[in-house]
Every structure is written in structure tokens, then in C-alpha cells.
Design a protein around this ligand. Structure first.
Ligand SMILES: Nc1nc2c(ncn2[C@@H]2O[C@H](COP(=O)(O)OP(=O)(O)OP(=O)(O)O)[C@@H](O)[C@H]2O)c(=O)[nH]1
Ligand SMILES: [Zn+2]
Length: 332
């Protein structure tokens, strides 16, 4: 299927087959001079929870205004609200505008799924939470997360947990050539370095079950459990499936961590080899010399790949090719 045939959906949306228009019917955009800017912090089928920008403690529940049609709205989206924006119980505001996104964390369910979902919008960085042991680290998962970052406009950060159980050097060496920053943590260790990286920014968190993500989130945001319970209460009696939730970091500099409980794997069916190479300075230009349809994997699959002619990049090229292979499901 050609790339242009794909439609983008948020996790909460009912699936629509490619071919059906998801655009609003009316091109006329009403002006809402008094609309209130806010950020979406969670989504529950047809209801968006939003934090008002000028008063982030105020949580407003909103619906999507009819004029937006089926425009996807996901956690992290910056929106404009009208109507009752008091945030009082049982009130409902309306989202009348969604701002253009600065980044998108996307995935497909698996590598054949034609439906691409946006998991989080506007996150500046992705914290890839990986345990150093118990469960053992899986570089295939990390590589897929990196691809999602490079093609979605997020800065990756490796967060290696359970440092009390194993040494990080071996794993860190695997990512040195890609210059991926890393923070090493343990449940009884100091979180200062991580807090410095997160504060004042919007960071999405992904990780496999058991890596210590909840332990980490609860230490970073002491009210995390409470916020999750509140969201569940909003969706009471409805079919609840919270796919991601933005939690405000305590501290004067602000910032948000977006926990993504549902994301255990990254299908990359929507990503092409050229998308990945395009994110790498030096290689992107060289790839223009490749034969058409080049997968950039090098010999024997792609014997005429021009990336092999780029000087002095051996280790970085090997890392890039590992990412390309992870997308193709070729990783060992
Ligand atoms: N040794 C050690 N164990 C840890 C550390 N952090 C978390 N754990 C333990 O690892 C297990 C899993 O931790 P969780 O925080 O629940 O992991 P999670 O990634 O949120 O897993 P799910 O809740 O299944 O998504 C728990 O038994 C924790 O006590 C750590 O730094 N060191
Ligand atoms: Zn090539």
C-alpha cells in the first residue's frame, strides 16, 4: 500500500477504513476569540481531559466540537476550549481547534497493520525505559523506539532501570555510536539527573511490563496513582480504555510525563527505509545516489547502496542498519 493511502488515527478513535474522508465537512472555520488554550492530558472515548495552559491545575472535560468532524485529538495535543471551562464536576467544554503538532509518536499494532495511530502529540522527548536485568534488555525494542523518535521528531533518552542488578556498560556501548543520551536509575538511587532532563519539558515514557516504569513514575509524580484513578472515574460506566495519561511534574519548572501503559511494542508498518535514513545527517544526502527501491541494508540485500561510500562512518552506519533491520523484522 502506498504511503499516501494511510490514514492517521488516535488510539481512542473508532477505526475508519482508508478511503473514507476524515475531514470536517465544512471548510468555514468559526472564530473563537475567547477560546482557552489547553493541553489534552487523557482521552476516553469521546471525552478529552484537558489542563488549562494558564492554570494547569484546572482539569476540564471536553467534547470535540462538531465542526472538527473526526479530526484526531490525542494526549499532548494543544487545543482551544469554549463553553464551560470551569472544570467543575459534570461540566463539559468543547474543543474547537487543534494546534499543529511539533512531534508525533506513532505506531501500528504490528508490522502489517495498515492503521497508523498517534500515541502522543507534541512530546519533546521519549524516555525508553529498559531494565538492565529482570527482565533482560531487548535491543530490538529499543531500536524500534529510536526509529519512532527519529521519524516522529522526538529526542530519545535511554532510561536504564534496576542498576542494582546489573552493570550498564555493555548496553550503553551498543548506543554510543548513535549518541543516544542515557540515564541510569535504580529504585533506591537518586533521581536528580533524570529530573533535570525532564523538568520543563513534555516527555513520553514507554517500556515493557516489569521494567520498573510504574515505580519510576510514582517517584517522579507522587500523585500519579490519584490522577489515574480520577481519569477512570470520569469514564465510569463507559467503555474505558485510557491509552496514555499526561502527569504534571512537581517542581517550579513544570513539565509533563506522559505514561503510555498500552504501548508494549512498536509496529512500524508506516515507516519506510527512506524515512529512517532521512533522519540521519550525512546519510540522507548519500541515499539520493542509491538505486530506486534500495533498502539501504548493504550487501548482499542491497549491493549498490550508496551509504557504503560515505567515509569514516563504519560504526554509525552499522547502527543505522541495525535500525533498518529492526523495522524489517530482521533483527536477530
Ligand atoms: N531490583 C530492582 N527492582 C525494581 C526496581 N524498580 C522496580 N523494581 C521491581 O520490578 C518489579 C516491576 O516494577 P513495576 O514498577 O511494577 O514495573 P512496570 O514496568 O510498571 O510493570 P507493569 O506494571 O507490569 O507495567 C517490581 O517488583 C518492582 O519492585 C529497581 O530499580 N531495582
Ligand atoms: Zn541505499
Amino acid at each position: 500500500m502506498a504511503r499516501g493511502d494511510w490514514r492517521r488515527f488516535d488510539e481512542s478513535d473508532v477505526r475508519v477504513r482508508p478511503g473514507k474522508s476524515t475531514r470536517p465537512r465544512s471548510k468555514r472555520r468559526p472564530t473563537h476569540a475567547d477560546a482557552v488554550p489547553a493541553m489534552v492530558t487523557s482521552v476516553d472515548r469521546g471525552r478529552w481531559r484537558c489542563a488549562v495552559e494558564s492554570d494547569p491545575g484546572r482539569a476540564v472535560t471536553a467534547m470535540r466540537a462538531r465542526e472538527l468532524g473526526r479530526t484526531p485529538i490525542v494526549v499532548g495535543d494543544r487545543v482551544h476550549l469554549v463553553g464551560d471551562v470551569s472544570g467543575k464536576p459534570d461540566t463539559l467544554a468543547r474543543i474547537v481547534r487543534v494546534e499543529e503538532r511539533s512531534s508525533v509518536l506513532r505506531r501500528t499494532a504490528d508490522d502489517t497493520d495498515p492503521y497508523e495511530r498517534v500515541v502522543v502529540a507534541n512530546a519533546e522527548q521519549l524516555l525508553i525505559v529498559t531494565a538492565l536485568a529482570d527482565p533482560p534488555p531487548r535491543t530490538g525494542f529499543i531500536d524500534r523506539c529510536l526509529v519512532a523518535c527519529y521519524t516522529g521528531g522526538l529526542d530519545p533518552v535511554l532510561c536504564l532501570t534496576k542498576a542494582d542488578l546489573a552493570h550498564p556498560d555493555e548496553l550503553l556501548a551498543e548506543y554510543a555510536d548513535l549518541a543516544v543520551p542515557a540515564v541510569v536509575t535504580s529504585h533506591d538511587g537518586d533521581l536528580g539527573e533524570l529530573v533535570d532532563r525532564l523538568s520543563g519539558r513534555v516527555s513520553a515514557l514507554v517500556g515493557h511490563s516489569g521494567v520498573g516504569k510504574s515505580t519510576l513514575v510514582n517517584r517522579l509524580v507522587p500523585e500519579a496513582g490519584l490522577a489515574t484513578a480520577e481519569v477512570s472515574a470520569v469514564g465510569k460506566g463507559r467503555h474505558t480504555s485510557v491509552s496514555a495519561i499526561a502527569l504534571p511534574l512537581p517542581g517550579d519548572d513544570g513539565g509533563w510525563v506522559v505514561d503510555t501503559p498500552g504501548v508494549r511494542s512498536f509496529g512500524l508498518a508506516h515507516v519506510t527505509a527512506d524515512d529512517i535514513v532521512g533522519a540521519f545527517d550525512g546519510f540522507a544526502e548519500a541515499a539520493e545516489e542509491c538505486p530506486s527501491g534500495c533498502g539501504h541494508l548493504g550487501p548482499p540485500a542491497d549491493p549498490d547502496c550508496a551509504l557504503d561510500d560515505v567515509e569514516g562512518t563504519g560504526a554509525r552506519l552499522a547502527s543505522l542498519r541495525r535500525l533498518l533491520a529492526s523495522r524489517a523484522g530482521l533483527d536477530p
